[in-house]
Design a protein around this ligand. Structure first.
Ligand SMILES: Cc1cc2nc3c(=O)[nH]c(=O)nc-3n(C[C@H](O)[C@H](O)[C@H](O)COP(=O)(O)OP(=O)(O)OC[C@H]3O[C@@H](n4cnc5c(N)ncnc54)[C@H](O)[C@@H]3O)c2cc1C
Length: 357
């Protein structure tokens, strides 16, 4: 793999696939696209009803959980996110809906230039191949298909009729900016198959010599030269590798993952700092926790695992027997708490067999 590109895009999800396609269009710039998950070769990704299979899949889904939410009786809610080419567009519910015009205009009014409904509309039209045909808010020449549901259901029809009787109007197209009403949504399918952004944007661009795609490539660090991002380190098949970018990086990893990592890093590094100030054996113990967490939550390498197990031995060596025992117990607890991640790591390895990056 050549090590230097014009652009490095991290995350081949809904946004990443579009960016990789558009940046590599015309052949002027070289682009490297890094995706933490494997290729989207699992059949159920492509069959629309297959989201029942991918909803809890240990390889193709990150399977996050929220923190306990006081407004939800302190429950932790399941938060699925796609982990493959196409990202969440490979596992989502396929409902094609842009949202309400007023929301866009509100974002623009808050100072986000370029986000008003009218600013976005040309891009909406450009991206879609809408089966309802061309119109002021619809496009027909784009790669992402918006298909009309072909099998209406008697119960849905009865619901629509009942709503009409109550004065709620029927809406044939929920993407005109005004969603008020009742009707059938369109789906992001093409000839009955899921049309993820990997299918719509990445597949047609894969043959380009200036686009390089790496799967099973978990980006873990961005190298900076001053304020300019110049390289990305990533873990692939147990090895740390690096790519450099001449022009720029685009982070299109989903926000849920970014949040969870940032939270862990700040909590753990903060605790370490305080404890180093107090006394060093405890600092060592917290290093252990950090390393174990780093390993089990998949943003570090095998060396972290080794280091985690060495720490109790160090503590024992220096005569801190109680701390050594405590740190060993903590390591085991951490590994137990993250056993699903570890299983997923193992499953990820299996899924890589025979896969071409
Ligand atoms: C189950 C489910 C159902 C949904 N249903 C609908 C629906 O019906 N209609 C609708 O409009 N929206 C739906 N959504 C939401 C929609 O799919 C998402 O909002 C959208 O796909 C998010 O796009 P994104 O590019 O921000 O992130 P994603 O598409 O999630 O892409 C992020 C990518 O980055 C990768 N990544 C993360 N961290 C790293 C790293 N460190 N290194 C390398 N790669 C990394 C991930 O593996 C992933 O491929 C649904 C989402 C889910 C999960």
């Amino acid at each position: 793999m050549p090590g230097t590109f014009d652009y490095v895009v991290v995350g081949a999800g809904s946004a990443g696939c579009v960016l990789a396609n558009r940046l590599s269009e015309g052949g002027r710039y070289s682009v490297c696209l890094l995706e933490a998950g494997p290729a989207d070769r699992y059949l159920w990704i492509h069959i629309p009803i297959g989201y029942g299979k991918t909803m809890f899949h240990p390889v193709y889904n990150w399977g996050f959980h929220t923190e306990p939410d006081p407004n939800m009786n302190n429950r932790r809610l399941y938060w699925p996110r796609g982990r493959t080419l196409g990202g969440s567009s490979s596992i989502n519910g396929l409902i094609y809906v842009r949202g309400q015009k007023e929301d866009y205009d509100h974002w623009a009014a808050l100072g986000n230039r370029g986000w008003s409904w009218n600013d976005c509309l040309p891009y909406f039209r450009r991206l879609e191949h809408n089966e309802l045909g061309a119109g002021p808010t619809r496009g027909v020449d784009g790669p992402l298909w918006a298909s009309t549901i072909r099998q209406p259901h008697a119960l849905v029809d009865a619901f629509i009729a009942a709503s009409n009787r109550l004065g709620v109007r029927t809406v044939d197209d929920f993407n005109t900016g005004d969603q008020e009403g009742v009707g059938y949504y369109q789906l992001t399918t093409r000839h009955g198959w899921r049309c993820s952004t990997a299918v719509a944007y990445l597949k047609p661009a894969r043959h380009r010599a200036n686009l390089h795609v790496e799967t099973n490539a978990l980006a873990s660090r961005i190298r900076f030269d001053g304020t300019r991002a110049t390289g990305v380190r990533f873990l692939q098949h147990g090895e740390m590798r690096e790519v450099s970018a001449r022009r720029g990086h685009v982070l299109s990893r989903d926000f849920a993952r970014t949040l969870s990592e940032a939270k862990w890093q700040s909590i753990v590094l903060g605790s370490m700092g305080v404890l180093i100030g107090l006394f060093w054996p405890a600092a060592l113990m917290f290093c252990l926790i950090w390393l174990a967490t780093a390993f089990t939550t998949r943003y570090s390498s095998l060396s972290a695992l080794v280091a985690a197990f060495i720490t109790p031995i160090f503590l024992w060596w220096f005569g801190h027997l109680a701390l050594a025992a405590l740190s060993a117990v903590l390591t085991l607890l951490l590994f137990y708490a993250h056993r699903e991640n570890i299983k997923r790591l193992q499953a990820g390895k299996e899924s890589r067999i025979g896969e071409k990056a």
